[in-house]
Design a protein around this ligand. Structure first.
Ligand SMILES: Cc1cc2nc3c(=O)[nH]c(=O)nc-3n(C[C@H](O)[C@H](O)[C@H](O)COP(=O)(O)O)c2cc1C
Length: 163
C-alpha cells in the first residue's frame, strides 16, 4: 500500500463503486474453469477490446495464461447465486448442474446471461497482485434483461431511471 492512502481508506472508496458482475471463464489443456469478476471494462470499439483484472493467485488466472482465451458472461439480476458459487464454491465443482455451451475456442458460456463475449488474449499486464488481460472480442451473444449489480459488498438490482 502506498504511503498516501490507508488500506482501509482504499477499500472504503472502492466499496462505493457500483459495477456489474461477470463470470470469467477459460479453457486450457482440456480443462474448463471460471470465477466471478467485477473488474471488467471495455477498452476499444475498433478493434473490439475488453479488459479483465484477475488476481495472479487465482486458478482462473493460470488457466487464461495457459490457454490464451477467455469468456465474459455478464450476469442477469436472477444470477446472484451463480456469482457466489463461482466466487466461494469449490473450484473443481463450479460447473456441476450449471447449463453451459462451449464457444469456438472452447471457453464455457453459462445459460441465462445477458451478454457473452468470447475473447482471445491480446496482451497481459502485471501490476501489484493482479494481471490485466486485454482481450480481442471474437464473438458476442446478447439477450434482453436486467443486470446483476454489486455495490458496498452486496448484490443489487437496477432502480428506476433518473434524469
Ligand atoms: C462480486 C465479486 C467480484 C469479484 N471480482 C473479482 C475480480 O474482479 N478479480 C478477481 O481476481 N477476483 C474477483 N473476485 C474473487 C474471485 O471470484 C474469487 O477469489 C475466486 O474464488 C477465484 O477463483 P479461482 O481461484 O478458482 O480462479 C470477486 C468476487 C466477488 C464475490
Amino acid at each position: 500500500m502506498s504511503d498516501l492512502v490507508s488500506a482501509d481508506g482504499f477499500k472504503q472508496a472502492l466499496r462505493r463503486w457500483a459495477s456489474g458482475v461477470t463470470i470469467l471463464t477459460s479453457k486450457a489443456n482440456g480443462e474448463i474453469h471460471g470465477m466471478t469478476v467485477s473488474a471488467f471494462a471495455s477498452v476499444s470499439a475498433s478493434p473490439p477490446l475488453v479488459l479483465v483484472c484477475t488476481n495472479t493467485s487465482s486458478t482462473t488466472h493460470a488457466v487464461i495464461h495457459a490457454g490464451g482465451v477467455f469468456g465474459v458472461n455478464v450476469l442477469a439480476s436472477d444470477q446472484a447465486e451463480l456469482s457466489s458459487r463461482f466466487a466461494f464454491g469449490d473450484h473443481t465443482t463450479r460447473f456441476e448442474g450449471v447449463g453451459f455451451r462451449e464457444g469456438r475456442t472452447g471457453v464455457p458460456f453459462l445459460d441465462g446471461c445477458l451478454a457473452q463475449m468470447e475473447c482471445r488474449v491480446r496482451s497481459a499486464h502485471f501490476e501489484g497482485t493482479h494481471s490485466i488481460y486485454i482481450g480481442e472480442v471474437l464473438d458476442v451473444v446478447v439477450r434482453d434483461g436486467e443486470p446483476l449489480l454489486y455495490f458496498d459488498g452486496g448484490y443489487r438490482t437496477l432502480a428506476p431511471k433518473v434524469g
